[in-house]
Design a protein around this ligand. Structure first.
Ligand code: GTP
Ligand code: MG
Length: 426
């Protein structure tokens, strides 16, 4: 089964908490601070791997979670970092944040990786807070929380050349004749249910990746047949081999077939009809092929080049491959220069997050929220006055006080940061 879209939850581990502890020494009532830092939480990292061709491995995965970092230990021992979790996906995998449908990564080369959820940093133990003035700090930080991302994983195959055409025109026969790929070949329609990739290696040392697509039919762009599911893979090919059956044995009309497919290509969300095409007349070994081809050529616009082959007898294939390679060389990569309206090809990365923002709900309070503030809030342990004053001075450093003043906050106004409430002092 071919699988090209899955959604799952990705969660990184929380950092371990720092701890408060003191050294015990003989005859010393209270030794120095000895609370260790927490370890780092594990990250979840997606890696493109050329050994994979579908997202099947993720089919039954509801969630991928990395472990939490270990809490700090006594004697200033640091908690263990949690291991990162690596998730292998095929080349051509795109990652979207479900919440806002924003593409966060497009993994296009082997080994390329993207950290989907970063593990939280470990909190510092009280040892880290010892100063000349405060030799017995009773303060520690909690580990930073992990991140949680509702992720959509989408595969759009990356091939240089796509073979398209109606069912049974001989697409799979072509790829199996010129690459190591061995898809099923049969004389009934929709033999091929998933795209097959193969590498064409020319005698002169050049090579390209060829994709054999399931057959297209009228209405494919509206979802008929196996249609639309595969048009999106064609989207990422640079040129197309459009194969037509010239045997004259099917009741179909080659010229109409050619028009129907081109029509479907132009009606897909991205106009695929402008993609360079090589017109391939297959099954030229069949008895009625010459006659059918002559008829076909008469209907084509003048000057349209047609490549005659017999995939079954391996005739004309080599010339076709060289022609394909040459066209590839002069065709600019669709990936580097996307079609104007093909939004899905634009790689955008997670936007720089605002450290915080202030809102004024009708209850007259000032609410301070945002990712950086939240992290700070969750790291802090409000059990001691020391920790509270530290939190407040961190807020000041982030510019919260300044921003509140700008928003009109006056003495005695109430400010809320999640569950932490305080009075604004000018
Ligand atoms: N005579 C002749 N028959 C061919 C040639 N190429 C393919 N065929 C036959 O055409 C039939 C269909 O071939 P496939 O390669 O499975 O066709 P396809 O386009 O991949 O079909 P789908 O996967 O169903 O879309 C098979 O019976 C092949 O043996 C050819 O050059 N000459
Ligand atoms: Mg096939």
């Amino acid at each position: 089964m071919f699988l090209d879209e899955v959604t799952l939850l990705v969660e990184s581990g929380k950092g371990g908490d720092g701890i408060i502890s003191f050294r015990r020494e003989k005859h010393v009532p209270k030794g120095g601070p000895a609370g260790g830092d927490g370890g780092k939480g594990g990250s979840v990292i997606f890696v493109a791997d050329e050994g994979l061709s579908t997202l099947f491995d993720l089919k039954y995965t509801k969630a991928i979670r990395a472990k939490n970092g270990e809490n700090g230990k006594i004697k200033t021992m640091r908690g263990k970092d949690a291991e990162d979790v690596f998730v292998k996906v095929p080349i051509g995998t795109m990652l979207y944040e479900q919440a806002n449908n924003e593409m966060i990564a497009d993994l296009t080369t082997h080994g390329e990786r993207y950290v989907v959820a970063r593990g939280g940093r470990g909190g510092r133990g009280n040892t880290a807070f010892a100063t000349a003035r405060n030799k017995v700090p009773r303060i520690q930080e909690n580990g930073e929380p992990g991140e949680s991302v509702e992720l959509r994983v989408e595969l759009k195959l990356l091939a240089d050349v796509g073979i398209i055409g109606f069912p049974s025109v001989g697409k799979s026969t072509i790829i199996s004749a010129v690459t190591n790929s061995r898809p099923k070949i049969a004389d009934y329609p929709f033999t091929t249910l998933i795209p097959n990739l193969g590498v064409v290696a020319l005698k002169d040392g050049r090579s390209f990746v060829l994709a054999d697509m399931p057959g297209l039919i009228e209405g494919a762009s509206q979802g008929l047949g196996l249609g639309i599911q595969f048009l999106k893979h064609i989207e990422r090919t640079r040129i197309l081999l459009h194969v037509i059956d010239m045997s004259g044995e099917s009741e179909r009309d080659p010229y109409k077939d050619w028009q129907v497919i081109n029509d479907e290509l132009s009606h897909y969300v991205v106009d695929l009809s402008s993609r360079p095409q090589i017109l391939v007349a297959n099954k030229m070994d069949a008895p009625k092929a010459k006659e059918t081809l002559d008829q076909f050529k008469k209907q084509l616009p003048v000057g349209t080049e047609v490549f005659e082959i017999s995939a079954a007898l391996d005739e004309g294939l080599e010339a076709l491959l060289y022609k394909t390679m040459d066209l590839l060389t002069i065709t600019k990569a669709q990936l580097t220069k996307p079609d104007d309206d093909s939004e899905s090809l634009i790689v955008r990365f997670r936007s720089e997050e605002l450290p915080f923002y202030i809102t004024k709900p009708s209850d007259g309070w000032y609410d301070v929220q945002g990712p950086a503030i939240e992290r700070l809030y969750r790291r802090s342990n409000f059990m001691s006055d020391e920790a509270v004053s530290r939190f407040l001075s961190q807020l000041r450093r982030l510019g919260v006080e300044e921003a509140l003043r700008k928003e009109g906050a006056k003495n005695e106004d109430m400010v809320r940061i999640y569950d932490f409430e305080f009075e604004f002092v000018e």
